[in-house]
Design a protein. Structure first.
Length: 393
């Protein structure tokens, strides 16, 4: 007889396949096939990327989602939203400038823009918000937050005084920033970015080099964007940061400056505070207390690899669970290079969910089915191991 296990299901979303909530439900479905009496607590987790605004509105008394038409990453209007919580507005950059909003045939991070992020921030100010939490993650842009600053009233000018067009590549021609037109309400607003502190703007691990290729950048574009963001950091530090009382700010390598294609750097120069996303988001859910009550934690993400320990949700879940003495099982759409490193931070076992090599569109479309089946199979293996151990006790 299977004991009434208590299982905490704490996944992130599987990008372009399942939201965090859908992933949690799929895992629970598979677990209950094996252990129908298990007590399962669903803890779908957000990291500032897709689903953040809606998730925080759902778990916050008095929270609500506000629909808004805004400029998308390729310049077309998109149906977006932000959340209003008591005392705080949540602007999720993925909801207006995320990779999922960039059609595959138009994935060119040299021209995509964060303009819509600035529009949502202004909408939040119009709604009376004086504290704005910007969730970073799942971006389809690499413009350093230039578009967001333009939407907030800054003018980005070339040597002839002409306004720069959208996109990161144009920053190569940036000569100066005219901050005189910035929305005056920003001076009295608190802006906090929930970001991955491992992401930096420039250098060998700069955001263009690490994330540019997955956004569609060619090797030549990666180097071009890297140079453009170097220029962006220099001019931000000279023309904008001092107007906000900020001097000596390291916009090239400070933790989080590379968040969401460099949005972190652009808003940091505006006076925003860049904070580790899990400090801002997961503590809001009282995650540690909820993990402590479990016999097993199951987490999941799209790709488990060497990046997982560096700011990904399963890595943070594993660290916290390990500190509490709770075993962790991780499921993933793919198992990549360096996945074994997750064992060092608390993942006790991991498994891919695909039953066989499949075309990517089919794998994404059948994500729920595969995740449920993988959770079932993994728990069967866990219980088999427990029975073997018990038989030799």
């Amino acid at each position: 007889m299977i004991p009434p296990y208590r299982i905490a299901v704490a996944p992130s979303g599987l990008k372009e396949s399942l939201s965090a909530s859908d992933a949690a439900e799929a895992i629970a479905e598979g677990l209950l096939r094996v252990a129908p009496g298990a007590e399962i607590e669903l803890l779908p987790l957000v990291d500032g990327g897709e689903g953040t605004a809606k998730a925080l509105a759902a778990v916050t008394p008095g929270g609500r989602v506000v629909p808004r038409l805004a400029t998308g990453p390729v310049g077309d209007p998109v149906d977006s939203h932000y959340a209003l919580l008591p005392g705080t507005a949540v602007v999720e950059m993925a909801a207006v400038a995320g990779l999922a909003l960039v059609p595959p045939e138009r994935r060119d991070p040299g021209v995509t823009t964060t303009y819509g992020v600035g529009e949502l921030m202004r909408a939040a100010l119009d709604a009376g918000a004086r504290r704005i939490l910007v969730g970073c993650g799942d971006s389809g842009t690499s413009d350093g937050g230039a578009g967001a600053l333009q939407a907030l009233g800054a003018r980005l000018l070339d040597a002839e005084g002409r306004e720069l067009p959208p996109g990161g590549t144009a920053l190569l021609r940036l000569d100066r920033i005219d901050a005189g037109g910035l929305d005056p309400r920003l001076a009295d607003a608190e802006i906090v970015l929930a970001c991955n502190p491992f992401n930096v703007l420039c250098g060998p691990r700069g955001v263009a080099r690490v994330f540019g290729p997955q956004k569609g950048a060619t090797p030549e574009q990666v180097e071009e964007l890297s140079a453009a963001l170097e220029r962006w950091a220099a001019v931000l530090g000279r023309d904008l940061a001092p107007t906000r009382g900020l001097r000596g700010l390291d916009l090239r390598r400070a933790p989080g400056t590379g968040a969401s294609g460099g949005l972190g750097a652009g808003l940091a120069a505006l006076g925003a505070r860049l904070k580790p996303r899990f400090e801002v988001l997961l503590d809001h859910l009282d995650l540690d207390a909820r993990l402590a009550g479990a016999d097993l934690v199951v987490t999941a993400e799209g790709s488990l690899d060497g990046q997982t320990p560096h700011g990904k949700i399963p890595g943070e879940v594993a660290r916290r669970a390990k500190a509490l003495g709770v075993p962790v099982l991780a499921l993933a759409g793919t198992i990549g290079e360096g996945a074994h490193e997750t064992r060092l931070i608390g993942v006790d076992a991991y498994s891919g969910i695909l039953p066989a090599p499949l075309p990517l569109p089919e794998a994404l479309a059948r994500g729920r089915e595969f995740l449920a089946d993988a959770a079932e199979n993994a728990l069967r293996m866990v219980l088999l191991g427990s029975r073997l151990a018990a038989s030799r006790a």
